[in-house]
Design a protein around this ligand. Structure first.
Ligand SMILES: [Zn+2]
Length: 149
């Protein structure tokens, strides 16, 4: 019998999202940006959701945003993630475009202290699931150190 399928890691060569992983490897948080109207996009679809323009280019951003929503996962549904539970899955509104929301994981936080609108910032962290070293730097988010509340 074959080994069980490992945790599904991101496909670094997937055309739509490869620039995200390439930027993260350089320590940059970048998203697709419309050259016609300036809208940022996540998830990339190759066309602007506002003006339907196709002049899309990946743009480095500040990596700062606000917490839009989150869920504390106390019991991982996938066994390789069990050692990191509880963990926080989150949606972050990007500071440069408040209509753009990025799905990520919050780290270095006390889930009891989270609140909507909390200032957060990107941290580039090896996915490093406990049972698997990945070498993949992921754009995770954490509360801003300078955030007063
Ligand atoms: Zn546009």
């Amino acid at each position: 019998m074959a080994d069980p399928k490992p945790f599904p890691l991101p496909d670094l060569n997937h055309e739509a999202t490869a620039p995200l992983w390439q930027a993260a490897a350089r320590g940059q948080f970048a998203l697709p940006h419309c050259g016609d109207c300036g809208t940022l996009h996540w998830y990339p679809i190759g066309q602007c959701r506002q003006c339907h323009g196709t002049k899309i280019a990946w743009t480095p951003l500040s990596g700062r945003g606000k917490l839009f929503s989150w869920a504390v996962v106390k019991r991982a549904l996938h066994k390789p993630l069990a050692p990191i539970a509880p963990y926080v899955s989150a949606i972050v509104v990007i500071d440069e475009d408040h209509l753009t929301r990025f799905v990520t994981r919050l780290i270095d936080c006390d889930p009891a202290m989270l609140h909507i609108g909390m200032a957060v910032e990107v941290r580039f962290v090896d996915l490093g699931y406990p049972a698997l070293e990945t070498g993949i730097r992921a754009p995770l988010f954490a509360p801003c150190i300078t955030d007063g509340g």
